[in-house]
Design a protein around this ligand. Sequence first.
Ligand SMILES: [Mn+2]
Length: 604
Amino acid sequence: MLKGRLWRFLIFFFVLYLIFLLVFSRSFNSDNNDKTTTSPLPQARVIIDDNNHEQNNIQHHEVARQVEINKPSDLEPVMTKGILGNYEQRSVVKSSGPGEDGEGVQLHGEDIQRGQESVAEYGFNEVASDKISLNRRARDTRPEECKYWNYPSVHRLPTASVVLVFYDEGWSTLVRTFHSVINTSPKELLKDIILVDDYSDQEHITIRLPEYIKKWNGLVKYVRTQQRVGLIEARVIGARVAEGDVIVILDAHCECVTNWLPPLLTRIALNRKTLAIPIVDGIEWNTLRHNTAYGGTLYRGIWEWGFLYKETELPQRERNLMKYQTEPYKSPTHAGGLLAIDKKWFFELGAYDPDIKIWGGEQYELSFKVWMCGGQLEWVSCSHVGHIYRGPRRRSMHPRGGKLHQSHINHLRVAEIWMDEYKEYYLRRQPNQAHLDIGNTSEYKALRKRLNCSSFTWFLDNVAYEMAEKYPLPPANYVWGEMRNDQHRQWCADTLDNHFGRPIGISGCHHQGGNQLFRINVEGEWSSGEHCFVSEGNSVIARHCVQMGRWTPKGEWSYDNKTRQIRSTKVYKCVTTDGKVLALETCEEDATAQKWTWTETYAV
Ligand SMILES: [Mn+2]
């Protein structure tokens, strides 16, 4: 009796084991061409493509049938703790070249000087970069748990087009970017790579690059703009050319971490209106060392009311929805450079507003409209891409002849079109921008109506709800503008570009706003940009308005319109200057050095 039961039990498990083997061996096969293990020569890749052509077609039919049978819920990733996921590399051959595995490279001798010159030229140390293999394997910065996720097989995921935009980018950092895309992407999923050259001058871009990419037989495409159009427009040009289902935008100085693509595409397969964001690791501009960005903490993207991008710890409310620490999670916005979006959805949303030009604010535009028009934005914890943050570059990347305040015009367009009555709060933070000409917005407002998008209030209440605590709505300004001293009439208050914790001072009045643009609001907060000011002894100190993750203004200042004094209600002293420094002293109504005249200065 007992023996019979035991047998049935054993047979049951044996069958289960067979099914398991069947499912996973399929996935192993689809992933065999991956990629970074031996740094395959590009030429070899092409040959592999040709050989597998017939086989691919057969698989395709077989899988098309499966798609009909499978429900969408079958696309959900499956965690098999302790057993490597279906896209993971089975064996990693360690390479020992310079910079391998994301290590940094130290230069010696005359290379040091050449390296510094390349930083001035490109913002990266190209001499250090040149020493590293174009096929170096990026450091695996993912949390360990990521290795155990199983994603839908390649035939059930949309294909990707990777769009890279650049202007006079350094050779090896640029080429390594698309090598890394090719080396880390299952070839069935990578439709093409679009290199958008925004009218570069340098010959390694204009002549050498189009020649170099020929060996990929069309997988890598080169598109050149007819004049400088700036990053945002160039991306849209690339997106139009792309033949894949999903547009993946990366900067042209990135390195993809193993198995970065399937987790992104899975989010879009599950919901085509998802804007999927990889986790951005930092690569140092001087040594090309690849670092883990966040440690174990989960962050998401928000902004302060002047549209400076901020990241904040993932609220508990979101974490409560997660079974695993490595699941994707919702975020109000993102840093802007790296993203994946369904191509059709991107163009349904009007791509990027064509009057948002050059650079700045585009991530808010895209994030707001994705959320408000029925989509969602997710950060995908198991998709990591390294990005080289630029060092001190001598030449500007931005097109010449562009408007001085273009990024502010961009911000204002986003506020005008998408933020309803909350546009006012942007203007309280940036009052000098009230009269900038932002052009015609009617077409985009019509698009918003046509897509039946929700209100910005809905977005704040349901998505970016932590704004209320982190960056509450700024109170109305009581006075703002340039602060000129009555006694030392050529001097104005100036933040002196000081960092947080340092005293502010004075400098010659220049009427250009910037460091001389101050605000005191009706709640007694005295600030400039995102600096808030507090008294400390006889000095006025700049500090961050957010302390311990929370907006904590001191609100200790008042401006008296009659005496024109700025008084600290905390230490009962007034702001003064001796023509050298800005200080606090006992208030005296007759002291002309304590009198300040505010002049509103508008950007044009
Ligand atoms: Mn970048």
